[in-house]
Structures are given as structure tokens and as C-alpha cells.
Design a protein around this ligand. Structure first.
Ligand SMILES: Nc1ncnc2c1ncn2[C@@H]1O[C@H](COP(=O)(O)OP(=O)(O)OP(=O)(O)O)[C@@H](O)[C@H]1O
Ligand SMILES: [Mg+2]
Length: 106
């Protein structure tokens, strides 16, 4: 399995989550974060904002679902302007479902 961490514009949350649902992916964790990318924040007039508010969405998926999850996130998050977001993919070694005791690998 893979853990997808997508850091997106807060206003793209609904589009991203709807797109994930549309491809059958329902489980998510989301959290507000502050961050910056290669532009090192943003300059607005005299004020420099070193970090900007973003939304981080975590989605754990089966290896076979990773590509469609990324595509769903990219389509939902895209505006074409700097700051559209980053997606990081990490390996998950084990997943346990507390209620059922189910254990999953792969
Ligand atoms: N190298 C990084 N490590 C960790 N988090 C990052 C990194 N780069 C970007 N992020 C996170 O992703 C958010 C969105 O980044 P952003 O879309 O600005 O990336 P970028 O590489 O600067 O691309 P763009 O040129 O399109 O703006 C940042 O606010 C930050 O939270
Ligand atoms: Mg940027």
C-alpha cells in the first residue's frame, strides 16, 4: 500500500475529495498546514508571507489504486498557477483496522 500526502490549496478541497470519491476512494485524513514551495512564500506589496495556509490530505491506497488517486488529486487541485500543491507518495508497511482486526499488506 501507499500513503499519499497531498498538500493543496484550501479552496480545492471539495474538488479533490469529490474526485477521490468518484474513483471509489473514501478514506481520508485532512489537516490544515502552513508551508512554502520554491517561491519561498509570497510577496504582497511591502509584506512578505514566508509560509501560506494549505490543506494536507492523507490517503492510504492499494498499490493498484495509486495512479488513479494521484490523477484525481491533480485534476481537483489544478489551477495552473504557482502554489497548486505537491503530492508525496510513501510506502506503507502495514495497515490494521481496529474494529475487525483486519491486517493488510501490499
Ligand atoms: N520540498 C518540499 N518539502 C515539503 N513540503 C513542500 C515542499 N515543496 C512544497 N511543499 C509543500 O507544498 C505546498 C505547495 O507547494 P507549491 O505548489 O508552491 O510547490 P512548488 O514546488 O513551489 O510548485 P509551484 O512552482 O507550482 O508553486 C507548500 O506550501 C508546502 O506546504
Ligand atoms: Mg510554489
Amino acid at each position: 500500500m501507499k500513503m499519499i500526502r497531498a498538500i493543496i490549496r484550501t479552496e480545492r478541497e471539495e474538488a479533490v475529495i469529490n474526485n477521490l470519491e468518484a474513483v471509489g476512494l473514501y478514506g481520508i485524513t485532512k489537516m490544515p498546514v502552513m508551508g512554502r514551495g520554491r517561491q519561498k512564500g509570497i510577496q504582497v506589496g511591502a509584506i512578505r508571507y514566508d509560509v501560506l495556509s494549505k490543506l494536507m490530505i492523507l490517503v492510504a491506497v492499494k498499490d493498484n489504486d495509486c495512479k488513479k488517486a494521484i490523477e484525481a488529486i491533480e485534476k481537483g487541485a489544478y489551477t495552473g498557477h504557482p502554489g497548486d500543491g505537491k503530492i508525496f507518495v510513501q510506502e506503507i508497511y502495514k495497515t490494521y483496522t481496529v474494529r475487525s482486526g483486519e491486517e493488510k499488506e501490499k
